[in-house]
Design a protein around this ligand. Structure first.
Ligand code: FAD
Length: 411
């Protein structure tokens, strides 16, 4: 039996009926609700609560929808859904999907009880929309996840963890109902001595610090989160104390200790971030193509010039290539395949850089119009840049791929 067969089926580009139906449904919402609201919320630089509410009403903003796509048997449910949402708008898209990162942090390392208790509280429901935030990055620990300074100290007498530190760049930070915080339980162990903690709604000591005013994805809230003697019950340690103690004991004996908490979350979500970038890039290619067939200069559509048509050809080919890498990685993740060549990072790297390049080319094709806020291309370009920065910068992705290919400790 081949590896493919053992893994539960070969890769196919034929989407299942369920995924196709879901894609059309999400696309409808993206075209009729998300895209028309995009410019307004980009200017307002706020979480678009009414859009979240609309999405909750139809079941799109819900733990059920995202869980269904995450566990969809072919692995393509999540990338297909995210591409459509981000085709609508990346800022609103990040508000609609930001809670998923916190949900993945709990579901990839947590107990079934933790998932049952906290995931629904990260999404809420119609009339009572809620948010989750995943807080790993710090002012002095971005790419260098191992240097996280936030400390978690266990108090046995009360079975509580006490968290202290400052988190930077948290999507939904400070406005979320549930925060998942990565902290060091044993600083001497660096990244291997870290764990994730659930901070329940209304916990004293957690507050929002600076809210960042950004270049793009401005309809998504990004802020510092300050943790000042935040006390959470023992059951809020993701995965539980027994698992953590066993891991630390293995480390003390010099054994393997599994993947560190934050890296595991990032790994599972990389093809998903790639799919966001593909959505933005596709929007730009479609818009530029239509513009090039309509805009007339020198008596003919500008698309009739090779200079423009070749640019469109390169743009379309890169977007399709980015999607193929994304679907491959998502399929591999779903079928438990090992990422021996860092295929997840490849998808995120290529899709992120494609989005930046093709949105810039779209501005070029739109000329002066592309440079104004009357047209969406400049917003797409500003939004696209985030995909080469968050969830591991392009340089970090290259480092991971380089290490996987060479087996060398590339720094
Ligand atoms: C809008 C937004 C939303 C975010 N949301 C979240 C969130 O929800 N949760 C969260 O935890 N974080 C979040 N982040 C943080 C994001 O993941 C970090 O910004 C990112 O990991 C980079 O870290 P840094 O900003 O500290 O940059 P740095 O790590 O300081 O990097 C600066 C530059 O140096 C390069 N560099 C660093 N190390 C190396 C190396 N070894 N080799 C080569 N080049 C290197 C980088 O590639 C980059 O170009 C968000 C950020 C933004 C902007």
């Amino acid at each position: 039996m081949s590896d493919d067969e053992q893994a539960g089926g070969g890769f196919t580009l034929d989407l299942s009926d369920d995924v196709r139906e879901m894609r059309d449904w999400v696309h409808d919402f993206a075209a009729s609700v998300i895209r028309p609201a995009a410019a307004e919320w980009d200017e307002r630089e706020e979480t678009p609560w009414p859009i979240l509410e609309e999405a909750a009403k139809i079941g799109l903003y819900s733990i059920e929808f995202f869980a269904e796509q995450w566990f969809e048997p072919t692995g393509l449910g999540t990338p297909v859904a995210f591409e459509e949402i981000y085709w609508g708008d990346a800022g609103i898209g990040l508000s609609l999907t930001g809670s998923c990162l916190a949900a993945v942090a709990v579901s990839s390392n947590g107990t079934p009880e933790q998932m049952g208790e906290w995931l629904p509280q990260m999404f809420g429901g119609p009339g009572d929309v809620k948010l989750g935030a995943f807080c790993s990055s710090e002012p002095d620990a971005g790419s260098d996840v191992g240097s996280i300074k936030t400390r978690a100290v266990y108090h046995e007498a009360t079975d509580e963890w006490v968290l202290n530190g400052t988190k930077a760049w948290a999507t939904n930070g400070g406005i979320a109902d549930v925060h998942v915080v990565v902290a060091s339980v044993d600083p001497a162990l660096g990244s291997r001595g870290q764990a994730s903690f659930i901070v329940p709604p209304g916990t004293k000591g957690l507050s929002q610090g600076q809210k960042f005013r950004k270049h793009g994805v401005r309809a998504s809230h990004t802020a510092e989160v300050v943790l000042d003697d935040v006390r959470v019950p023992g059951r809020c340690l993701v995965g539980g104390k027994e698992k953590l103690d066993a891991r630390l004991a293995r480390l003390a004996e010099g054994g393997a200790a599994g993947e560190q908490a934050a890296m595991k979350t990032f790994e599972a979500s990389r093809p998903t971030v790639a799919a966001m970038a593909v959505g933005v890039a596709r929007a730009a290619v479609e818009f530029a193509t239509e513009y090039a067939t309509e805009r007339v200069q020198f008596g003919k559509p500008i698309g009739q010039n090779q200079g423009v048509a070749f640019m469109l050809a390169d743009m379309a080919a890169s977007v399709d290539a980015a999607r193929l890498l994304t679907w491959r990685a998502a399929w591999m993740a779903r079928h438990g395949r090992k990422f021996n060549r860092a295929e997840g990072s490849m998808s995120k790297l290529f899709a992120g850089e494609t989005a930046v390049r093709v949105t810039e080319q779209a501005i070029q094709i739109l000329g002066g119009n592309g440079y104004t806020r009357e047209y969406p291309a400049e917003r797409w370009h500003r939004d696209a840049k985030i995909f080469t920065i968050f969830e591991g910068t392009s340089e970090i992705q290259r480092m991971i791929i380089g290490r996987a290919l060479t087996g060398l400790p590339v720094r």
